[in-house]
Write a protein that binds this ligand. Structure first.
Ligand code: NAP
Length: 257
């Protein structure tokens, strides 16, 4: 069955935004950002165990922002689409088949949507700049630095960065002859060294170091709080409620991908 097409917000009417995971670490920042946005209205939050179908039916959000858990995000997003509401998914770890299912559902319903592994505008621009720099250097190493409760290492952004710059240049990875401490050189992906630092006080930082005879170039992105994800999410909400297009990354939305 084809779901009802989403309503575009008439000019001057605030975009009605709901947030799944609104009490989570990122969710609270998104709610704050939506409440502060002059063109948006926060219409409510959904937590574990809430009846999302009933919520969507009663609050009629134009967009549902999801920062929950991979086990819940796809179900939430598909329920949103079925209600004519645009999904803005920040939750990471969705399988490709799930993202494709969501894209198909959005297309069939005639609504926009986005699944983006990184909503930080600075991080997306950092990767873009690194791709531009890559062909001019012979070696590169990525150092990502995160809070100690981060579940995985390296970060998805570090891995994506290594793959993207490795696709632009055949880097020479320096293998050290004698290692006196296991793991001290970090990992290697696409000829790029990758290192993970975990430290209290950090949120999410990354440095990309490029080397060439007699010089280095460093591109650094620093995150001081999870507010870093707000501008990208608000941009995405505005875009997907204005046009029925599906995005798989913030890069595409910023015109960088
Ligand atoms: P968090 O602090 O654990 O917050 C997740 C929230 O979602 C919690 O409040 C949790 O409730 C709630 N939740 C879980 N299942 C739910 C469901 N079925 N329905 C509604 N709410 C549900 O995690 P976080 O640090 O905010 O991160 C959330 C997700 O965003 C993760 O997947 C993370 O990797 C991702 N993330 C993405 C970006 C990006 O730029 N794309 C940036 C940062 C984080 P309980 O506490 O009751 O379980």
């Amino acid at each position: 069955m084809v779901a009802a097409a989403g309503r575009a917000s008439p000019a001057g009417t605030p975009i009605r935004v709901a947030v799944a995971g609104y009490r989570g670490k990122v969710g609270v920042e998104i709610v704050r950002g939506v409440e502060a946005a002059p063109d948006m209205e926060f219409v409510g939050g959904v937590e574990v165990g809430d009846d999302l179908g009933a919520f969507l039916h009663s609050r009629h959000p134009d967009a549902l922002v999801d920062f929950t858990h991979p086990s819940a995000a796809l179900r939430n997003a598909l329920a949103a689409v079925a209600a004519g509401c645009r999904p803005v998914v920040g939750t990471t770890g969705l399988p490709e088949v799930g993202v494709q299912q969501l894209e198909d559902a959005c297309r069939d319903a005639g609504v926009g949507g986005i699944v983006a592994p990184n909503f930080s505008v600075g991080a997306v621009v950092m990767m873009h700049l690194a791709e531009i720099a890559a062909p001019y250097f012979t070696a590169a190493e990525v150092i990502e630095m995160h809070h100690p409760t981060k579940a995985d290492a390296p970060s998805g952004t570090a891995l994506a960065t290594a793959r993207r710059i490795g696709a632009r240049q055949k880097f020479q990875y320096s293998r050290t002859e004698k290692l006196t401490l296991a793991g001290v050189r970090g990992g290697e992906e696409a000829g790029v060294g990758v290192h993970s630092v975990r430290l209290p006080g950090l949120v999410a930082d990354q440095e990309i170091l490029f080397g060439l005879a007699g010089q280095t170039l460093t591109i650094t992105h620093r995150t001081t709080s999870r507010e870093a994800f707000v501008p990208g999410v608000l941009l995405a909400v505005r875009r997907v409620t204005a046009e029925p297009r599906f995005y798989r990354a913030l890069d595409q939305l910023l015109g960088l991908g």
